[in-house]
Ligand binder design. Structure first.
Ligand code: ARG
Length: 473
């Protein structure tokens, strides 16, 4: 029996064309096609298991959905905005191909639990995909750090030269941050891993659906516990967006550092030509645009998180159509973070470190002043007093426009009688770094252990250096 309108017997008129254009979501939610089909296949199998569909029905559904999936993958499927969303497009195409079984498939199901299921499946996969890109970036950093254990440079606080460091130890700080980003994505993927199917539009369904079966078929850990919650909340997407926003801030901070380090003033790195750009006016320019755009992209990802927070904040239970606005920010943030991590891994893999410039920066700025204080403190002088003495010695050196190691032993002794020749050894940056031989410190042994540990962790998760992702279209 044909219905009078798309929305069935209740309606006398078709939806206004302007309203239809405004409401449609297929132009963007067609990205959920794979998940939507997987959800329908699981639902069909389950309906057969409880006797709502017959085996021949399920065979027809499998055949129809398989053909639709093949067309979608080939780019030949005829998407129709008049059919509103990905769910209706696929279902009506199934009915057109296989007849009434297509219309039976929606038994005990609503688009509300359907879309909640699709988004959980999509987001779960996105967590894994973004995690792989972040791991590739981290492994790139580990690999570069492996060759820079002996490279010394100043560590900075307040962008002032602070203490000597190993470049490898500095690079490994970023690895820690990306590792936690990976962990956050993994955590939220675990929490979202529940199946909404069977929640219906808001209050489940009268059909005795086997929710554990559909959950199982889709790789979910269990069914959701409350049908209203499962259809109305999108906090699992907020968690994903929050994890992505934090990752994008890390990407932005490392990019910021690459920009500074590329300047003539720092000169610590040189971007490879293939990952830098020139100026249309100034022939001498070589700009770190990749890093700058990575830094800029963090703005949109933070915006994506804020956008969904604001969509959700005023919504009463249960489902409201506002929830359709979850998709654009989620798709955008996932694509953006992934692209940024990949392009940054490429650029970092190819740049060159200017070890001479880093080393030269250690020769000025009194980065070993802490060693002077520690030298005295280790010999019984209370640290606060030792700090005072070291400060006075820095003052002397500034006045003489020389380095601490250029002060004479007499000058050291004028500030404190305990000083002997061994203070000069302590002032050597290599010594200063090596003496910081505790867990989390920059001594060679500690850095080597951290590198091996990170590499094992990353390779254990299947990380590889080769790019497997092309830029998102
Ligand atoms: N496009 C909608 C969404 O993304 C589909 C879900 C249900 N639609 C509805 N009118 N109940 O949320």
């Amino acid at each position: 029996m044909a219905t009078k309108t798309a929305w069935g017997g209740r309606f006398e008129q078709e939806l206004d064309a302007g309203a239809a254009r405004f409401l449609e979501s297929v132009s963007f939610d067609k990205r959920l096609a794979e998940e939507d089909i997987a959800g329908s296949l699981a639902h069909a199998d389950m309906l057969a298991s409880i006797g709502v569909l017959t085996e021949p029905d399920v065979a027809a559904i499998r055949r129809g959905l398989g053909a639709i999936r093949a067309e979608i993958r080939a780019g030949t499927f005829a998407w129709d905005a008049a059919k509103e969303d990905v769910h209706m497009n696929i279902e009506s195409s199934l009915t057109a191909r296989e007849g009434d079984v297509g219309a039976r498939l929606h038994t005990g199901r609503s688009r509300n639990d359907q879309v909640a299921t699709d988004m959980r499946l999509w987001a779960r996969d996105a967590c894994a995909r973004v995690g792989r890109s972040l791991d590739r970036l981290a492994l790139t950093l580990v690999t570069r750090a492996d060759d820079e254990v002996d490279t010394l440079l100043p560590a900075y606080t307040h962008i002032q030269r602070a203490q000597p460091n190993r470049l490898a130890h500095h690079l490994m700080a970023w690895v820690e941050m990306f590792d936690r980003d990976h962990g956050r994505l993994h955590d939220c993927a675990m929490r979202m891993n529940e199946s909404p199917l069977g929640s219906g539009a808001v209050c489940a369904t009268t059909f005795p659906l086997d929710r554990a079966l559909t959950a199982n078929l889709l790789g979910f850990a269990r069914p959701t516990r409350n049908s209203v919650d499962a259809t109305a909340d999108r906090d699992f997407l907020l968690e994903l967006l929050a994890a992505l926003a934090i990752a994008s801030v890390h990407l932005s901070r490392i990019a910021e550092e690459l920009v500074w380090w590329s300047t003539m003033e720092f000169g610590f790195i040189e971007m490879a030509d293939a990952h830098a750009t020139g100026s249309s006016m100034m022939p001498q320019k070589k700009n770190p645009d990749v890093a700058e755009v990575v830094r800029g992209k963090a703005g949109r990802v933070i915006g994506d998180l804020v956008a969904l927070l604001v969509v959700l904040k005023g919504l009463p239970l249960g489902y409201n159509r506002d929830l359709q606005e979850d998709k654009a920010p989620v798709f955008d943030a996932v694509d953006t973070v992934r692209d940024a991590a990949e392009v940054l891994a490429d650029a970092i893999g190819a740049l060159s470190f200017r070890r001479d410039r880093m080393r030269a920066a250690l020769g000025a700025g009194y980065v070993t002043a802490t060693e002077v204080a520690d030298w005295l403190a280790a010999r019984g002088v209370p640290f606060r007093h030792a700090h005072e003495v070291a400060g006075r010695l820095v003052g002397r050196a500034i006045a003489k426009q020389c380095e601490l190691a250029q002060l004479s032993l007499d000058e050291f002794r004028e500030e404190h009688p305990t000083f002997d020749e061994s203070i000069y050894t302590a002032l050597d940056p290599e010594t200063a770094v090596e003496r910081r031989d505790i867990v989390g410190g920059p001594a060679r042994k500690q850095v080597r252990a951290a590198l091996a540990d990170a590499r094992a962790r990353l390779e254990g998760r299947g990380a590889a250096l080769a790019r497997t992702v092309s830029a998102t279209p």
